[in-house]
Unconditional design. Sequence first.
Length: 219
Amino acid sequence: MAKITAFIFDLDGVITDTAEYHYLAWKQLADEEHIAFTRQDNDQLRGVSRRESLNRMLKGHPIDETTAQAWMERKNNYYLQHLKSITPNDCLPGIKSFLADARAAGLKIAVGSASKNAYEVLTRLEIIDLFEAVGDGYVVKNSKPAPDLFVWVAGRLGVHTEEAVVFEDAEAGVEAALNGGFHVVGIGHADVTRAHLVLREGLAQITAQDILTQLQRAT
Ligand code: BG6
Ligand code: MG
């Protein structure tokens, strides 16, 4: 196994839990447009781009391109209103000490998020300066499950994909990392079982060295 030199973190669901805000924003749009949309529907949107989220929310309901653009902008405006309430206390449990621990262990750390709001969220959490690279929803054309975003981040860090571990809470993100040849740690309760290591309770009770040891055993 190649020496691991970098950790790349998804943002929504790994560093902070913005899924509820995405849900509330899509729900507001869906209600206004009289489209049925439940929390279960929202689970299918985890990790996928804004455009693909809209497609899934519409469930085949046809709209033209101008309307699609307008609806995505509306949803994003609702989402931005919710983001205003994010503070540094909204990092998921243990994440700040895990990031500090990874850096102390000499690992490069970076973010790979499908969100076009990643800088806004990281700035509000007051952790943006910790990362050597941030890839967001603007940097590549093909979104997860294509590997392009994580490969772009690895390039910014100057590491090969097999030298990096991706932390993901979404099936599309796990697939993206596997497609890119990364090691993958699945976080939380969505379908992340194809990851090399699954941590249902997140990063609160584990050290960077534990991750490296467990991946060594698993791969
Ligand atoms: C991902 C979220 O991180 O970003 C998805 O898990 C979201 O739910 C996607 O749709 C795009 O986010 P944004 O902020 O660009 O609309
Ligand atoms: Mg996520």
